[in-house]
Ligand binder design. Structure first.
Ligand code: HEM
Length: 426
């Protein structure tokens, strides 16, 4: 990587380079602590520009303004299926590092499919995540929340610091999605640790293959167990859909389970963690929310906009030249849409850098947009609403247990997630 035109190694300096000449994107330790410092520069330069990702990921186009990001997410010329892309127009070298779990078939899921496969796969689970079906989970989610907060209270008694991610924000969504899919309690820790490995950005090929093989092997066994002994869970329903008809094949079934489990917990952890941190850093907003709990639903949307769990949307490829915000992206290019940047675009959200729990944040891109819009959004919203309501109610003296500058973000291009969130309850 050269120094020429580095965006944001001093993030304040615009590059002046044309959108078609690539500049290295400084996704270094500083970036993860404050992505907005880089995005604000990129956004002012233009809506779209070509960049080089570190760690040998190669070149891609990054979309940073709201209008263009929304348009890109809904553009049918931007495809998701990299197997088709490689077969038809993409240099396999180009996307080497943008793949995950390919050898094990974990990738043949809806989020890396295009219509008609995407439509077929999504239709199999759409119904399980409608607002009405999800609302039926409320009592169970409340019970899990209460139990976890009891544990947290016990650990935090006498003013001891507790890690909110470890004891609450992590286990809540993991327990909910595992119960929904029918993953036995004893297997959950293993699954979570494989997932943590598989989503890391700096894996060697060997590490990635080992983690993907462990996940795929485990899920194959789980599917076999559901066949032998059907349950009342979503995975059993998917196994039956596979066996009763021709609606998905065995590899797609495993990949679907992987996607739902991974997407179902990796992100919601950060809705809770990032949201609690945002409130603790903005005491006026915390007071407002405590005084008016009816604002919590809207506040969850604002957390998703202000410091959402995903930095970038997943990889897309141009199947033909695409003009976006006046910039021509040639055919066969990788396009990364920055959800975090779009959600901070002043053109769409005035005073975007300010947390405002009364803001009308609808239209934010935290759950994506277009046909891949998050299928689990109703579940994530419900978990978020319950989590914030109960945390604020039970811990009126909740405070950060470290200086705000000591809070560290995980080094991940895609996820915007805290490593830990040490808090005191009293
Ligand atoms: C706050 C929590 C969550 C956030 C911020 C989030 C965000 C997103 C985003 C941005 C996308 C689109 C990615 C893209 O277009 O590249 C997506 C897709 C998806 N999400 Fe979520 N998600 C969350 C929770 C969940 C949960 C709880 C589930 C549960 C099953 C889930 C399942 C999925 C699935 C299956 C897709 C793929 C949809 C498709 O391709 O049609 N997500 N999510």
């Amino acid at each position: 990587m050269t120094d020429a035109g580095v965006v944001g190694s001093s993030a304040a300096e615009p590059t002046g380079a044309s959108p078609a000449s690539s500049v290295p994107l400084p996704l270094d330790a500083d970036f993860f602590q404050d992505p907005e410092a880089v995005y604000s520069v990129l956004r002012e330069e233009g809506p779209v520009r070509k960049v080089v990702f570190p760690l040998g990921w190669g070149e891609a186009w990054i979309v940073t303004r709201y209008e263009e990001a929304r348009a890109a997410l809904a553009d049918p010329r931007l495809l998701k299926n990299d197997r088709v892309a490689v077969a038809q127009y993409l240099d396999p070298e180009q996307i080497g590092e943008f793949r995950l779990g390919e050898d094990e078939g974990l990738l043949v899921h809806m989020l890396s499919s295009d219509p008609p496969d995407h439509t077929r796969l999504r239709n199999l689970v759409n119904k399980a995540f409608t607002s009405r079906r999800v609302e039926a989970l409320r009592p169970r989610i409340e019970a899990i929340t209460e139990q976890l907060l009891d544990d947290m209270a016990a650990r935090g008694a006498n003013g001891e610091p507790v890690d909110l991610i470890d004891v609450f924000a992590g286990p809540l969504p993991m327990t909910v999605i595992c119960e929904l899919l029918g993953v036995p309690p004893n297997d959950r820790d293993d699954f979570r640790s494989w997932c943590t490995v598989v989503v890391a950005d700096d894996l060697t090929e060997d590490e990635e293959r080992t983690a993907s093989a462990a996940i795929a092997g485990y899920l194959r066994q789980l599917v076999a167990a559901k066949r032998a002994q059907p349950g009342e869970d979503l995975l059993t329903a998917l196994v039956q859909a596979r066996d009763d008809g021709d609606r998905l094949d065995e590899t797609e079934l495993i990949a679907m389970a992987f996607l739902l489990l991974l997407a179902g917990h990796e992100t919601t952890v950060s809705l809770i963690g990032n949201g609690v941190l945002a409130l603790l850093r903005n005491p006026d907003q915390l007071h407002r929310l405590r005084a008016e709990p009816s604002l919590i639903g809207g506040a969850v949307e604002e957390f998703l906009r202000y410091d959402g769990p995903l930095n970038l949307a997943t990889t897309r490829f141009t199947s033909e030249p695409v003009r976006l915000g006046g910039v021509e992206i040639p055919r066969g290019q990788i396009v990364m849409v920055s959800l975090a940047s779009a959600n901070h675009d002043q053109r769409r959200f005035p005073d975007a850098g300010r947390l405002d729990v009364t803001r009308r944040s609808s239209g934010h891109l935290g759950f994506g947009h277009g046909i891949h819009y998050c299928v689990g959004a109703p579940l994530a919203r419900l978990e978020g609403e319950i989590a914030f309501r109960r945390i604020l109610d039970r811990f009126p003296e909740l405070a950060l247990a470290v200086d705000p500058s000591e809070v560290r973000w995980r080094q991940s291009f895609v996820f915007h997630a805290l490593e830990h969130l040490p808090v005191r309850l009293s």
